[in-house]
Write a protein that binds this ligand. Sequence first.
Ligand code: AMP
Length: 490
Amino acid sequence: MSFSHLGLSDKVLAAVAATGYTTPTPIQEQAIPHVLARRDVLGIAQTGTGKTAAFVLPMLTLLEKGRARARMPRTLILEPTRELAAQVKEQFDKYGAGQKLNVALLIGGVSFGDQDTKLTRGVDVLIATPGRLLDHTERGGLLLTGVELLVIDEADRMLDMGFIPDIERICKMIPFTRQTLFFTATMPPEIARITETFLHNPEKIEVSRPATTAVGVAQFQVSVGREPHEKRETLRRLLRDAKDLNNAIIFCNRKREVALLHKSLQKHGFSVGALHGDMDQSARTAALDQFRKGEIPLLVASDVAARGLDIPAVSHVFNFDVPHHADDYVHRIGRTGRAGRAGTAISMVAPLDYKSLAAIEKLIGQAIPRIDGGSESHVDSAAVPTKDETEHPRHSRARDGAREGGREGSRGGRKPRREREPRRSGGGRHPEPKTQSPAGAFTPAAAAQPSRTPSIGRHQAPHAAIDSSTEPADHSHLPAFLLRPIRARV
Ligand code: AMP
């Protein structure tokens, strides 16, 4: 299948050819003809699947006819974060270079005046975060009655961030006759509910299972103590010893932790940037640009700030904190191992994290091998969760962790994100925790698979369970001390 069979205009096909892409990705192949036929689309796809072009390319084709009127955009794309909105605009700039379209970005942290001037000129494509968009409609500077096509992107993330009430308000301002394209990586019940309200007889397209982790990403866990300084010390050692670490994203659960870790790494001489929702827009953009260009090899980030960002070729992902929501683990490690490249994801696991880790292993259907963090004091065979413990974490150390004052009380239920764009209304809902998984944690199948990686620590690399190729193992991506066997305390 080539792009020319999808019904795109000649101009758009020329722009695609100029980028060097020859074959549409599955979401593009399936979605583009329906978008061009003016059907509603429900796309279940993660970032990295080419989903942005799946709506940008047909939109460009449809927008070739007609003209924008002042303050009445013709199309609207809603994104949960400023960075994602900016990234979508980049794609319009790239593929729409040959068209005279007005594309405007309405995001927080940028002056109202400039945005207002753009709106007055007339906008073909408006890309916005919900809060800033509502600020403009409330000031009377923006009318949504001319919107013919609405894109709601990363809907499950919108839910996490408490944006759904805002989205519902926005939808009520747009004519019922509009075309709606709705993209989500996962389908919690609340999202399923709103698709019934927002979409009319949609074409449903699902391109990959939501909870699969990328093949080719070697995943490991390293035990750390509870004290923050111990975790930072282990992280520094991991960073220093990794031989082929080109660049890495280091994830923290909280904005405050991002800021602290960023400072600490700088103090220890690392070239590092930070990305979290409380930073002002220019600092966020600058950090991301520097990281993309390779000027800084390390980026400490929170989930919300980093979700969905298209950063090619990240060699390593570190979870400085194990994420509380198993879905976030999948998204985080999806930053590496992109486009068939090898990647390494290392999670730093403190005793309080056992429950979250068990939920992750259940979701991905694999045990994450435990390796030596380089500090003997933390290597404790008794600390390795057994199969029984991971399946029944409430009767194990995880419960002890909760008793010790951790934020473990949600029993796997999702809490609304703390980190949000400046303007929000309503709180996030709490979708049901994911209960299905392809297999339980520590499946015998996973353990029995031949491994590309000879024994590292106690378990085999989880990607071996997916990829049983007999190629010789390549350990060059791992720091030397990770390859030492675990010394069990007896
Ligand atoms: P997305 O899922 O939209 O974030 O896209 C992920 C990456 O895939 C981006 O860097 C795109 O430029 C790239 N991409 C999109 N479509 C194609 C295609 N047909 N062939 C190769 N790469 C693509």
